[in-house]
Design a protein around this ligand. Structure first.
Ligand SMILES: [Zn+2]
Length: 219
């Protein structure tokens, strides 16, 4: 046994399979994705930014390989993959994070989309403590809303009016806020949450997301 046993054990450690394609990663790479899968995501240097309908920063367009990866993450998140994407997003928005609280967009159901909270947590970790996860009681869904996929822009806005409640600012709840979501589509959900927070006296800076649906997309 001796040498062969240890060689085999080392191979297992140093070539963990890629979490996306299952292929071999580069030996001793800390990345959960292999080089080919990472390249295929085609993440633009510096990410994407815009100011409509609110100030936002995203990692890349919600399309192609990134879309496929996120669709697989929603029902079954892999923390290593979420951390990798959050670290890349941090690279794009690090300058605005010091002193901020990150506010994941809450789901109505406990079993809702887990990604916003996981991304916010991973982003706080990537910031090395310069940004922190906001207290959970800061923002909540005040009523259920319809699924947004099939609704047009104006129906989305109506669907989301007063959909969120927020704790009043002050009494230790007083820091610049960045909303966090996995995918920014029309921004109707983020705007609804931002209005609730602003009405409660908070300074909402904008939204950070992993992906932004291309403007030309039908949804
Ligand atoms: Zn791969």
């Amino acid at each position: 046994m001796g040498f062969h046993f240890w060689q085999h054990a080392l191979d297992l450690i140093s070539t963990a399979p890629c979490r996306s394609c299952g292929g071999a990663c580069e030996p001793a790479s800390p990345s959960p994705l292999c080089g080919r899968c990472l390249d295929a995501l085609a993440l633009p240097e510096g990410g994407l930014q815009g100011d409509q309908p609110l100030l936002w920063c995203a990692l890349a367009p919600y399309a192609a390989e990134l879309r496929g990866l996120l669709l697989r993450q929603r029902p079954k998140p892999d923390r290593a993959v979420v951390s990798l994407l959050a670290a890349r997003l941090h690279h794009c928005c690090a300058s605005v994070l010091p002193g901020a609280w990150l506010v994941p967009l809450p789901s109505w159901k406990r079993s809702g989309n887990p990604l916003p909270a996981l991304v916010a947590l991973a982003l706080a970790e990537a910031s090395g403590g310069r940004a922190a996860l906001a207290p959970a009681q800061l923002l909540w869904r005040s009523r259920p809303t319809l699924g947004q996929h099939h609704l047009g822009r104006s129906l989305r806005a109506r669907n989301l009016r007063d959909a969120f409640g927020a704790a009043p600012a002050g009494a230790g709840l007083n820091r610049p806020l960045w909303l966090v979501d996995d995918i920014l589509t029309t921004g109707a959900t983020a705007c609804s949450a931002a209005h609730a927070l602003q009405a409660a006296g908070h300074a909402v800076q904008g939204l950070l997301a992993l992906a932004r649906t291309p403007a030309s997309a039908p949804r």
